[in-house]
Design a protein around this ligand. Structure first.
Ligand code: G6P
Length: 614
């Protein structure tokens, strides 16, 4: 959460920072701010609320300078307000910092600094950083203005900080210089022609340069015309300059009104990209990044999947797939729970962590905990070079391209695609026959075109949304492979339309939720014509008998009779692959309901795309 961006070069920093923050707004939007160096002065402009407020303030009173830092905030310590907005400055206004993460020992540092006479102006944990930097700068033998001191002061301040941070510091004493550092939160360096960038991810950088350096934990980088990276021991280190895989257009919205809709419509391609080169003609999968030899894969006795949010639901689909195809027992855990209990891990336990962003704090902590206990940990991530991708022993990238909409859509279908390939690979080493494997591969290859067919139902789904949008409670039901999809459908609706929705295994409805059903509570039922079809029909009867309205997602072969008030027909596939199709109408339904209710689809209240705090 929180996005940071910084620029030093020859161009107008204000414009680059604001445009950069626009790309990072999905990380938080409680307030935003910039601090631009103009000669030996720092100019601070901050605003509460979405970026448009800052943009307006800067349009009224532009700041011209070539060096600056910017921030978009997701509030942790202190309410959304101008005083709590970043950048935070030292008392003399000569130093400013932007920060993403949490300083866990800030109250201890704050108490010490207050004793020394420092007057704090915000309720944030971040403010201690800038006061520490200012204090150490002044205390250094060459303090007061000599180049190089800022880096030393930041480095000294870092030794006092506990917790997670990605920071960038600028000082009026050192024109043209920026100092960045990271521990636990991401920070990427962009290397352009005569200009350098720092940002929480590559989205704000890609339109200026394709060359980036992913900083390692405990790296500090000084930007001063050129750049120098040092590690925790203050030794200079070289980090590989990498090429960003995607283009600036991919992080632009194009003709779509929202990123979420664009990303839903990208799914035929993103699923194809997740499959590309990984499906083999003999009915198995090739996943080179796993870094495990066949022998190691054969010896696995148990699998644990840890994830949060949408990635967790993809993991639940993965559990069913892996157990069915390979017979290996799988447990799926919320990463936040996994990290704080004492999970049983042996050297034959394989742990998968799933994360679109690769930065979710709880998932990262679960990964570290599993490694600590001796497990092999593999990642399923979308963001290349992210913390989780780097800390795992191996893994599989989604190749879904940047996902900007806060509510995850294309990442889910790509995660399920990758999990299907993993299940296939493990299954073919155990109990899945070549024939069955080939059948699955054939069906998988058809999925992108089948998603295209579903997308053509957009207008129908929009008209259903119009009729149901004013209800305040929804139930989502599914069985087997579609139980996790029911939960994902409910999550989508909650996240972006603020409607209360619950996802349930269809049969479980009679143990509680059925008490809620009346004509005011529509039920969305996922009912493909698989082995559980008749059972789901009975569950629908139970809803109907209580006057409930039903929106059914089914395939052409099913006959729902008159049970559903609205029916959305999706193409037929193997039952284990239905989540890849059945989730798409649910994404569109949530999208249209949210738009019709006037909700801010891409940046829903209180949420952030990348949750880098506990
Ligand atoms: C946040 C986002 C969700 C996402 C979850 C896990 O809550 O709003 O859309 O599913 O984090 O994110 P990850 O990047 O780890 O998949």
């Amino acid at each position: 959460m929180c996005g940071i961006v910084a620029y030093t070069g020859k161009r107008n920093a204000q414009q680059i920072l604001v445009e950069g923050l626009r790309k990072l707004e999905y990380r938080g939007y409680d307030s935003s701010g910039v601090c631009i160096q103009v000669g030996e002065k720092l100019n601070l402009v901050r605003a509460k609320g979405k970026l448009v407020e800052l943009d307006n303030a800067l349009k009224t009173a532009p700041v011209t300078g070539n060096v600056g830092i910017g921030h978009t905030r997701w509030a942790t310590h202190g309410a959304p307000s101008v005083a709590n907005a970043h950048p935070h400055t030292s008392e003399d206004g000569k130093f400013a910092v932007v920060h993403n993460g949490i300083i866990e020992n800030y109250s201890i540092i704050k108490a010490v600094l207050e004793k020394e006479g420092v007057v704090f102006r915000s309720e944030t944990d971040t403010e201690v950083i800038v006061h520490l930097v200012s204090k150490f700068y002044k205390a250094l033998p060459n303090g007061g203005g000599k180049p190089g001191d800022l880096a030393k002061a930041v480095s000294e301040a870092l030794t006092h900080l506990e917790g997670a941070f990605g920071i960038v510091v600028v000082s009026a004493h050192e024109p043209g210089v920026l100092v960045g550092a990271r521990r636990g939160s991401p920070l990427v360096l962009g290397v352009g022609e005569n200009e350098l960038f720092l940002a929480s991810d590559v989205a704000p950088i890609v339109e200026h340069t394709q060359k980036v350096v992913y900083l390692d934990d405990n790296d500090m980088v000084v930007l001063n015309g050129t750049y120098k990276i040092t590690n925790q021991a203050n030794a200079e280190v070289r980090r590989e300059v990498q090429n960003i895989e995607f283009s600036a257009e991919e992080v632009a919205r194009g003709n779509f009104p929202h990123f979420m809709l664009k990303e839903i419509f990208e799914q035929p391609n993103t699923v194809l990209n997740s499959l590309r080169g990984r499906v083999l003609p003999d009915g198995t999968a090739k996943l080179q990044g796993l870094n495990l030899v066949t022998q190691e894969l054969r010896s696995i006795q148990r699998i644990i999947i840890a994830a949060c949010g949408t990635s967790f639901y993809a993991g639940k689909v993965g559990e069913y797939l892996i157990e069915e195809l390979s017979g290996i027992p799988v447990e799926v855990e919320y990463a936040s729970e996994f990290r704080y209990r004492n999970p049983i891990i042996t050297d034959r336990t394989l742990v998968f962590v799933i994360s679109q962003s690769g930065e979710t704090a709880d998932t990262l902590a679960a990964l570290r905990e599993a490694k600590q206990k001796g497990a092999t940990v593999l990642g399923i991530c979308n963001v290349v070079g992210s913390s989780i991708a780097r800390e795992t022993d191996g893994g599989v990238y989604l190749h879904a391209g940047p996902e900007i909409g806060v509510a995850s859509t294309k990442a889910f279908t790509s995660q399920v695609t990758v999990l299907t390939l993993i299940a296939l690979l493990l299954g073919r080493m155990r109990r899945t026959s070549p024939d069955e494997g080939m059948k699955i591969c054939k069906a998988l290859n058809k999925i992108p075109d089948q998603i295209k067919e579903i997308l053509q139902l957009n207008d129908q789904i929009k008209s259903i949304a119009k009729e149901i949008k004013d209800h305040t409670n929804f139930l989502f039901l599914g069985r087997g492979y579609n139980y996790p999809v029911a939960m994902e459908g409910a999550l989508k609706l909650k996240e972006i339309s603020y409607i209360h929705a619950e996802g349930y295994p269809a049969a479980e409805m009679k143990h509680g939720p059925i008490a809620l059903i009346d004509s005011n509570m529509p039920t969305v039922v996922i009912a493909p014509s698989d082995g559980l079809f008749d059972k789901v029909l009975s569950n629908m009867q139970e809803v109907k008998a209580r006057g409930g309205k039903i929106i059914a997602i089914t395939d052409a072969e099913a006959n729902l009779g008159k049970l559903a008030d609205w029916t959305i027909i999706i193409p037929k596939t193997m039952h284990m692959l239905t989540p890849l199709l059945s989730v798409v109408p649910l994404q569109l339904l949530a999208y249209h309901v949210a738009v019709m209710r006037g909700c801010d689809v891409d940046t829903p209240r209180n949420l952030a795309k990348s949750v880098t705090v506990e």
